[in-house]
Design a binder for this molecule. Structure first.
Ligand SMILES: [Zn+2]
Ligand SMILES: [Zn+2]
Length: 240
C-alpha cells in the first residue's frame, strides 16, 4: 500500500534533485550532473583523521597524525569535501529548514562511518548547540542527522548527556589563539554513569576547523568514555 501511494505521489509530485531541482528517478537523490560535481573522500585516506592521502600512497597515517599525540579521536571520518558543490545541500538543510535533505545526508554518514561500524560503537551523540541558538534555528541539524543514523544503524543516540552550556562565537570567526579560549568550558557532560566505558560517535554536518569536535571529545574522554570517533557529512579539506 505504501509503495503504491509513493508511486501515486511520484506521478503528481515527481522527485527532484536536491541541488538543482531537476526531476530525477529516485526519491531523495541528486541528478547525474550534480552528483558528478561532488568530491567524495575515498581511499587512500589517513586511517586516523580520515583526510585524503595522495593517490598511490601506501602509508596508513598522514604526517600530522604520526606526530600529533594529542589527537583525542579513535578515528575521524567524513563522506565529502565541503566545497561549492556540496555546500548548498548543507546550508539549505541547516539554515533554510530543508529538513528533507536529512535522509540523503544520513546515507552519506552511514557510508563514511564504514570503519567505525566495523570497529564497533555504542552511542551516537550529536554535537550540541546552545539553547539560545536552538531557539533561533528551531532544530539542531546534528541531532536530526543523529536520529536518522540511529534508525539505520540501530545504535542508540543520546541527545542530553552532552550539553553546550556556554554561548560561543563561530570558530571560523576566531584566530588560532582565541579559538581555544572561545571553546573553553563550553561543553559539559551530565549523567557520567551513562557514558562509562562506552564507544561514542560524535555526529555533525560539517567539520570546519575540527576544534569544536575536539573539545567535545576531550570533555567526553574526561567523563570516562572508552573512545570517541567523529563522523561528519562533509569536511573542509585544505589545499583542495
Ligand atoms: Zn541536480
Ligand atoms: Zn591523519
Amino acid at each position: 500500500m505504501l509503495v503504491f501511494l509513493q508511486k501515486v505521489i511520484d506521478v503528481i509530485l515527481p522527485p527532484r534533485c536536491l541541488l538543482c531541482g531537476k526531476i530525477v528517478a529516485d526519491q531523495n537523490g541528486l541528478c547525474q550532473e550534480c552528483f558528478d560535481k561532488i568530491k567524495f573522500i575515498s581511499t587512500p585516506y589517513c586511517l586516523k583523521c580520515g583526510n585524503p592521502l595522495p593517490t598511490g600512497n601506501s602509508v596508513q597515517s598522514c604526517s600530522l597524525c604520526v606526530s600529533d599525540n594529542k589527537n583525542p579521536f579513535r578515528m575521524q571520518r567524513s563522506r565529502v569535501y565541503y566545497d561549492d558543490a556540496s555546500r548548498p545541500l548543507i546550508v539549505d538543510f541547516k539554515f533554510h529548514d530543508k529538513t528533507e535533505n536529512a535522509e540523503f545526508l544520513t546515507r552519506w554518514l552511514l557510508t563514511a562511518g564504514h570503519d567505525i561500524w566495523q570497529q564497533g560503537a555504542d552511542i551516537l551523540i550529536p554535537v550540541p548547540v546552545h539553547a539560545s541558538r536552538l531557539r533561533e534555528r528551531k532544530f539542531n541539524q546534528a541531532a536530526l542527522l543523529c536520529k536518522e543514523l540511529s534508525k539505520l544503524t540501530q545504535i542508540q543516540a543520546n541527545y542530553t548527556v552532552l550539553q553546550k552550556t556556554k554561548k560561543t562565537k563561530p570558530q571560523v570567526e576566531c584566530d588560532s589563539r582565541t579559538r581555544v579560549r572561545n571553546l573553553k568550558n563550553a561543553f559539559s557532560v551530565n549523567n557520567i554513569e551513562e557514558l562509562k566505558d562506552k564507544r561514542v560517535v560524535l555526529i555533525d554536518d560539517v567539520m570546519t576547523t575540527g576544534s569544536t569536535l575536539k573539545e567535545c571529545a576531550n570533555v567526553l574522554l574526561k567523563a570516562g568514555v572508552k573512545s570517541v570517533d567523529a563522523l561528519t557529512v562533509a569536511r573542509v579539506i585544505k589545499n583542495s
